[in-house]
Design a protein around this ligand. Sequence first.
Ligand code: FAD
Length: 528
Amino acid sequence: MSGHRQRRDLGSAPEAGGEVVRTGASLLPSRLFHEAVAQAQVAISITDASATILYANAAFGRITGYQPEEIIGHNEAFLSDHSTPREIYESLWSSIKSDRPWSGYLVNRHKTGARYLAELTITPVQAQDGSSYYLGMHRDVTPMHSLEQRVHNQKALIESVVDAASMPLVVLDEAGRVVLDNQAYKKLIGDFGVGEPAAEFLRLLQADMGPAFEAARSGGRGFERQEVMVGPPTSNRQRWFSCSGVWFRERDPSAEAFFHDRRQTYLLLVANEISHLKQQQEELYATALRALTAEQELVQSLQEALAGASFQFQGPLNLIGAATGILDRRVDACEDTAALQRVLRHALEAGREAQAMIRQSMPMRPPEAVTPVSFNGILRDVLSMYTNRLLAEGVVVDWRPAPQLPSTTGREGRLRGMFKQLVDNALDAIPLGRAAERELCIVTADTGDGILVRIDDNGPGIPEEDRLRVFEPFYTTKGAGGSGGMGLGMVQEVVAEHDGTVAVGRSDLGGCRVDLYFPLRRQVLGGP
Ligand code: FAD
């Protein structure tokens, strides 16, 4: 509010006759100074040492509402609204009495009674005869003050609305710097631990949306409900956010941009956490998959049972066929033999009819279309179906998907059923092993010309001599009492449908290793 000690001399260095004033090297007519003060757009008053008004210019009249003749001889105090704190006046007077200029704000009252905010500067001046005067200059800054207050209030309102929002909200400038955020966002910074969550959201959005992100920015359209996943894909610390953003432009408030329409672009980004919803969705999806797979398994087991029955029929039919052949070739055929031949032929026919009926009643698998498939996605689905079993049986799963697998085509349902079969086999085998910790490891890899899926367990493994035979129907390594099925046979069938290979070996975990290789196929295949 106060400045340096600075008493000005009124009418300094007047030339002879008081007509001119020396300013540096020039001599200016003193009348010019009088006119400059009289015409100035700022309210100027000159008072004596006790603030009694001796002179006031036209602008003073316009701003206060009083004509000069109404105020000359009055104290400046008559302008006071009496709402300015006493300490302000004390500071004002203490400053000017010490010959220091004072600047500050006072609440004045216009002649009409309306209050206005005066931005006032008082400069002490001393005449050549030594008498003290005060030069007062003030302007009405009410509109600017109320504008400032409105901006301030709006900012406070926006900040409190933003802060009250339960979802993380952030405003970023063109350089990606956070210029405004809320409590929910600050909490997210704590949760993320390192780095700026907004930077991570932008990185993921740009990667997921591709050119659409830039198009949304340059077209000023923004984006809505773009889902992004934060956290390593293999961990259970993944968090899902639904992000919406809108770009807005603001005029550059700097002086250099006054004559040029320079604008800054900001992005308002809202990241609504949907991890819970996503988890529910995934559970529903896993349940639907389980139902679908159970239906496929039912068809599969019916096919297996009927194929088994047909297979069991074949042995006796072969024997009957052989016996009929022997009887046909006998030369000493008698009547009894002919009767036996008829019975046997009848039995053979009846047997073949029954076998044909069994084959006919085998449920047909509905044809499945070949579509683009994601091996990582299918394996993740299969693992999600087993979440409860894995937890219940205490099996630790080491799921290591390749970060990026080449695109290929296949029959998704068949592949899913096949991987489920392999995981089933591994989970059945693991408890039979002797390891204290139950482990299942699934790896996918890009081999350049195809995709490798490796499934390791730490069960008892498959002895080397059995590794080819396990693919035979109804073969089992479970020993006496163990029932074999078409499990690995079906695996081989599905692998062959995809032009792939399957090999069983010994796992580094100590149990069984199944390596499946699928060459890349981009063309769409025919029917099943
Ligand atoms: P006062 O009783 O007059 O003063 C309040 C306090 O001010 C006192 O306690 C005292 O500390 C101090 N004070 C007052 N007069 C003197 C003095 N002569 N010497 C030392 N200390 C003193 N006021 C406005 O409200 N609006 C204006 O636009 C305005 N313009 C001014 C322009 C000039 C050039 C000057 C010199 C003063 C101006 N003043 C203005 C101040 C004004 O003169 C009064 O001091 C103020 O209005 C307070 O008046 P008051 O009657 O409420 O209280």
